[in-house]
Design a protein around this ligand. Structure first.
Ligand code: PLP
Length: 450
């Protein structure tokens, strides 16, 4: 134990001295205790002081097949032994990179048959925008530069993708802000009082169309949207929202980018949610996270044949990509991950068990503090409010999600605290008993906090 304590102290001290944690209050981190995650297996993670936590978050919306799979370790190790890394530029390729591109396009909707691999979700969204601008220039429509996005969006943490995200994410310099326009989030919970779901869809569609007309359709390149907004609070749009937005894109010649970084690879019971869950075929899908279930970083931009045809016309040079585009080890991990998702029928499992997760969390809305419980299948969220009737947020909204999170952590459950929200995106291998545990712990944590 003494040795363990010394190790614990040294990890904490070293971390405190040198490490910058993402999306974290750095002043608080100067003195905050660390939870050192030492190992993980299945749906659980373990800290180095012997605590066991149920992973209600899937690492960070990504560990879809659960932690610590030997098969994944073997596939990764074998690939490193055979080929660790080589350049993907020009005519160089590798078998895992080619096979993964085929595996993704075989499962993607419509004519989405071409893939550009990236290093994660931010670089996928960033690359998608770059190649769209490139596409319109090649097409002879260079004025199409404006991008339409939404409040409560999250598309990443590069400068461009932070600017595409909710305006709260980039309070610093906004280099692209003149070209990026935010529409309302399609939040049913916070829709104008007295409107039906169908009327709300009309309002959102009219706002989109008005924005395009204001900018001039000939100046607008694309619309980018998560099928369900994740980090913004698991905002499930009205039923016909995505088809209506796509229809407007088609009317004015905009491309539709579906950011499926969270929603793909089973979280909503399908490989991709765009067509199978929401009934649309976008022009581009970006994905990451569940692509490798988080075992190795990777992302991808999957685009239509029609876009690719323009990009590949003679005279065009495609100057977008990364050293680690199509990294052989990441691709081998993704291929094994896809094999596991299919062999264990994980999408079907989510369709079968996901409704039970929704059902068990729903009654939390009766508790004090809880304004809304929402989400679909294995992508859920609880929103806390100071006044349930008026849906008013707490004056210090940042603390409420954290306070409940702390109670959960003490009881052995990890959820994600996001200001006045707790979000849940567990491994898709979650069992019914574990769903009961999550619902019970949240119930007690909320009552303890109220
Ligand atoms: N897009 C969406 C919808 C996301 O949820 C995220 C991350 O949470 C990203 C993009 C950014 O991905 P990454 O953190 O891998 O760069």
């Amino acid at each position: 134990l003494a040795e363990r304590e010394i190790n614990q102290r040294s990890v904490e001290e070293t971390d405190r001295r040198h490490n910058i944690h993402p999306f974290t209050d750095l002043a608080v981190m100067e003195t905050a205790e660390r939870t050192v995650i030492e190992s993980a297996k299945g749906n659980y993670v373990y800290s180095d002081d012997g605590r066991k936590f149920l992973d209600g978050l899937g690492g960070m919306w990504c560990v879809n097949i659960g932690h610590g799979r030997d098969e994944m370790a073997d596939a990764i190790a074998e690939q490193i032994r055979r080929l660790d890394y080589y350049s993907p530029f020009d005519d160089l390729t590798s078998a895992p990179m080619a096979a993964l591109a085929e595996a993704l396009t075989a499962r993607a909707p419509g004519s989405l048959n071409r893939v550009l691999f990236t290093t994660g979700g931010s670089t996928a969204a960033d690359s998608a925008i770059r190649l769209i601008h490139h596409y319109f220039i090649r097409l002879g429509e260079p004025a199409r530069q404006h991008i339409i996005t939404r409040d409560k969006a999250y598309h990443g943490s590069t400068y461009l993708t932070a600017s595409l995200s909710d305006r709260g994410y980039s309070t610093d310099w906004r280099p692209e802000s003149g070209f990026i326009h935010h529409l309302s989030a399609p939040s049913l919970y916070r829709r104008p009082a007295g409107t039906t779901e169908a009327e709300f869809t009309d309002i959102l569609a009219a706002e989109f169309e008005a924005k395009i007309l204001e900018l001039g359709p000939e100046n607008v390149a694309c619309f980018i949207a998560e099928p369900i907004q994740g980090s913004g609070g698991v905002i499930v749009p009205p039923a016909n929202y995505h088809p209506r937005m796509l229809e407007i894109c088609r009317k004015y010649g905009l491309l539709y980018v579906a950011d499926e970084v969270v929603t793909a690879f089973g979280r909503l019971g399908h490989f991709f949610a765009s067509e199978d869950y929401f009934g649309i075929v976008p022009d581009i899908i970006t994905c990451a996270k569940g692509l490798t279930s988080g075992y190795i970083p990777a992302g991808a931009v999957i685009m239509s044949d029609e876009i690719y045809e323009v990009l590949s016309r003679p005279g065009a040079y495609f100057n977008t990509g990364f050293t680690y585009t199509g990294h052989a080890v990441a691709c081998a991990a993704a291929l094994k991950n896809i094999e596991i998702i299919e062999r264990e029928r994980i999408c079907e499992r989510v369709q079968e068990i996901g409704p039970y997760f929704e059902e068990r969390l729903a009654p939390l809305s009766e508790l004090p503090l809880v304004g809304d419980v929402r989400g679909r299948l294995f992508m859920m969220c609880i929103e806390y409010v100071a006044d349930k009737e008026r849906k008013e947020l707490f004056a210090d909204e940042v603390r409420i999600g954290k306070r409940i999170w702390r109670h959960c952590q003490k009881r052995g459950l990890l959820v994600r605290p996001l200001a006045h929200l707790n979000v849940l995106s567990p491994p898709l291998t979650l069992e019914r008993g574990e769903i009961d545990f999550i619902a019970d712990v949240l119930h007690d944590a909320i009552l303890d906090t109220a």
